[in-house]
Design a protein around this ligand. Structure first.
Ligand SMILES: Cc1cc2nc3c(=O)[nH]c(=O)nc-3n(C[C@H](O)[C@H](O)[C@H](O)COP(=O)(O)OP(=O)(O)OC[C@H]3O[C@@H](n4cnc5c(N)ncnc54)[C@H](O)[C@@H]3O)c2cc1C
Length: 375
């Protein structure tokens, strides 16, 4: 990196978090003096979030590598902000700090039974199947019936990986331990539940359609879940993405009647189901097993504005595992304001200022003067 030749003093910038946001922020600045990450390898959720059978998205890693290889970014791994480095220290050495630490934890779902054995957050499962170094190498895959809560692409990823036959993942970069774990899975039914109707799903068309290409897995839909209110009709009319997805789902509903052979695994898509309780199993003496044995929902209906309201009717499904994929949530960073309701750094249109931007000082130490562990 060369010093600027203009009269302006050299500005020093640190970026914390080497996911795509941190890498591209460094790139746009044309340099970050240091790009820190708590893990030894960069690229955040592209490495440890995107499913192994999505090689096109995983391929973004190549583009990120190219950005890093241009030479203007110095990556320093194994530096956990808040543990290995403080705001005070960063302030001492840099004129500005960009926090690009992403959202790595599951949003909470506060229903009874959420802490039972067999109830998992999608983020943990995803980290396991992507070979995250902080996660155990084994995952309990002993459920025949599984519930996945959520109607976004993460729920689809989790449901797809759970229902696929392990050998169909062999062509991907799936870690050996994950292949071996999935190979032992006795799963027969994976149920995906959304709170609202088919026109309100947060899937994207490509990811939804991909489900129908899964070998030996039937998609199962339920006619009573196909409810559309005025707001749904409007978004089907005005939003091509919604229209495509509703058409895809409606076609599958019709086509399932014509199926001649049954697959050994089924992926059920349910709508208008609001989870109210994860049901604990019972021992013969009536005491609780501490393990998931079912899940209870309130049936919902649309209120005309695409919001769902309870009908007072409840249904229960026998399942031995529940995965919640109800969103990722930001984690607080030491010494940085945090909105714990929304899981974000409070900001005004993306900008946040904890104190006035400092005047650039000519007396900054030269770049790389101390503690430079660039890779
Ligand atoms: C399961 C899943 C599947 C996805 N699939 C797709 C997909 O198919 N297509 C798609 O386009 N997008 C997908 N996404 C979304 C995509 O991964 C994210 O939008 C993207 O990674 C966000 O980038 P980011 O840089 O903001 O955060 P992240 O990728 O999360 O990166 C944040 C980085 O900050 C680091 N960090 C955090 N805290 C600290 C700290 N205290 N100190 C130092 N470093 C820290 C982390 O280690 C991480 O490297 C998926 C996301 C998930 C969760």
């Amino acid at each position: 990196m060369t010093e600027t030749t203009s009269a302006l003093p050299r500005r020093r910038v640190a970026v914390v978090g080497a996911g795509p946001a941190g890498v591209y922020a460094s790139d746009i600045l044309q340099r970050s003096d240091h790009l820190f990450d708590r893990y030894p390898a960069p690229f955040g959720l592209i490495r440890y979030g995107v499913a192994p059978d999505h090689p096109r998205i995983k391929g973004i890693i190549k583009a990120l590598h190219k950005v890093m290889e241009r030479g203007g970014i110095r990556f320093i791994g194994n530096v956990d902000y808040g543990r290995d480095i403080t705001l005070e220290e960063l302030r001492k050495h840099y004129d500005a700090v960009i926090f690009a630490t992403g959202a790595i934890d599951d949003a909470a779902l506060n229903i009874p039974g959420i802490d039972l054995e067999g109830s998992y957050g999608a983020a943990d499962f995803v980290s396991w199947y992507d070979g995250h170094p902080d996660y155990p190498r084994e995952w309990p895959l002993n459920a025949e019936q599984v519930a996945v809560l959520g109607n976004g692409n993460v729920a689809l990823d989790v449901a797809r990986v759970l229902s696929k036959h392990a050998e169909d993942l062999l062509e991907t970069e799936i870690p050996d331990n994950v292949y071996e774990g999935l190979q032992t899975s006795p799963v027969q039914d994976v149920h995906v539940f959304g709170r609202r109707g088919p026109a309100q799903v947060k899937f994207t068309p490509l990811e939804l359609r991909e489900l129908s290409h899964t070998r030996d897995v039937d998609i199962v839909l339920y006619e009573e879940d196909f409810e559309f209110d005025e707001a749904s009709d409007e978004s089907i009319k005005t939003n091509n993405q919604v229209k495509t997805m509703v058409n895809t789902l409606a076609n599958w509903l019709v086509e399932q009647e014509e199926r001649s052979e049954e697959a050994s695994r089924k992926l059920h898509l349910h709508f208008l189901h609001q989870p109210v309780e994860i049901v604990e199993g019972r021992n013969e003496d009536g005491s609780g097993t501490g393990k998931v044995a079912g899940i209870k929902f309130e049936r919902m209906e649309l209120d005309g504005t695409a919001r769902a309201q309870g009908t007072g009717e409840f249904v229960e499904y026998p399942v031995q595992a529940v995965y919640r994929a109800v969103g990722y949530f930001g984690s607080p960073l030491a010494d940085i304001p945090f909105d714990s309701e929304r899981g974000i750094i409070p900001n005004d249109g993306g900008g946040c200022s904890m104190r006035p931007v400092p005047r650039w000082r000519a007396s900054m130490p030269p770049v790389g003067s101390s503690g430079d562990r660039s890779a």
